[in-house]
Design a protein around this ligand. Structure first.
Ligand code: NAP
Length: 260
């Protein structure tokens, strides 16, 4: 059966359509999270941009989304705090009436070799990267199970798979996200709620800019594609998972081949 050009354009426009869905992006104010927020909005999702300190950046993401005809709001929340994470979800439901997609993206590093690593640096990284996903997921899970639809996407890291020098705290948190993803996926699969992780390699953001130049040169030499990834390349994987109904418990590597 042949299809007209109009139908083809329409089909292409609808690829990965998220029209009417409501998505929360934690750490949506900057870096990978802001690109994910914009790409979800371009596909028709109503987007909640969670930020902690970067209010101005969060509001400029909203401006960009609105300029493109999309809908977004920003809520300030420290996702390492259980009560605040629950308020974020309550505010989302009171604003948009539902929640369909949760992108657990907020993250920090406090790199230090283990001998010098303070308990404070350990706790901060575990709280923001790992405990936060308990906080946000526990706030959305009942709604998603009841509506028999949900997409939970956890932004882990290559460091959770391969380890990283001076990153015991970050690596433990990011590995923990992968274990959490697989276990929760088992529990929610029959209810239409998929849970997946993305493990980015080295992506061009402020977090990567903090890597010393000499370390970066060594890293680039080890990446088969010989370049850093872009935030858009991570967002592509998010859109794919947000639209996949039979993929759950997986970890998708977006890393230029540096870890296989
Ligand atoms: P980034 O540019 O440093 O941005 C981090 C984001 O997390 C910001 O929006 C920040 O919000 C938010 N955030 C931090 N603490 C928060 C808290 N307590 N509550 C709510 N939001 C908080 O980082 P990125 O490079 O885009 O990284 C995003 C995610 O990808 C992280 O989970 C990171 O571990 C992961 N990742 C990054 C790379 C990479 O190469 N960049 C590689 C692998 C994995 P505010 O600015 O508003 O505080």
């Amino acid at each position: 059966m042949s299809i007209s050009q109009n139908e083809l354009i329409h089909q292409n426009e609808d690829t990965y359509s998220l029209k009417g869905k409501v998505a929360i992006v934690t750490g949506g104010s900057r870096g990978i999270g802001s690109t994910i927020a914009k790409e979800l909005a371009k596909k028709g999702a109503n987007v909640v941009i969670n930020y902690n300190t970067s209010k101005t950046s969060a509001y400029s993401v909203i401006e960009e989304i609105e300029f493109l005809g999309g809908s977004a709001v920003a809520f300030q929340t420290d996702v390492s705090n259980l009560d605040e994470a629950h308020s974020l979800v309550e505010e989302t439901i009171s604003h948009y009436g539902r929640v369909d997609i949760l992108i657990n993206n907020a993250g920090i590093t406090r790199d230090r070799t283990f001998k010098k690593l303070s308990k404070h640096e350990w706790d901060d990284v575990i709280n923001v990267n790992l405990n936060s996903i308990y906080h946000t997921t526990s706030a959305v899970i009942n709604t998603m199970l009841e509506q028999k639809y949900g997409r939970i996407i956890n932004i882990s890291s290559i460091i959770g798979q391969a380890g990283g020098f001076g990153q015991t705290n970050y690596s433990a948190a990011k590995s923990g996200m992968i274990g959490f993803t697989k276990s929760l996926a088992l529990e929610t699969a029959k209810s239409g709620v998929t849970v997946n992780a993305i493990c980015p390699g080295y992506i061009e953001t402020e977090m990567a800019a903090a890597i010393p130049a000499k370390v970066m040169d060594n890293l680039l030499a080890k990446i088969p594609m010989q370049r850093l990834g872009t935030t858009s390349e991570v967002a592509e994987a998010v859109l794919f998972l947000a639209n996949s109904s039979y993929i759950t418990g997986q970890c998708i590597n977006v890393n230029g081949g540096v870890y296989m």
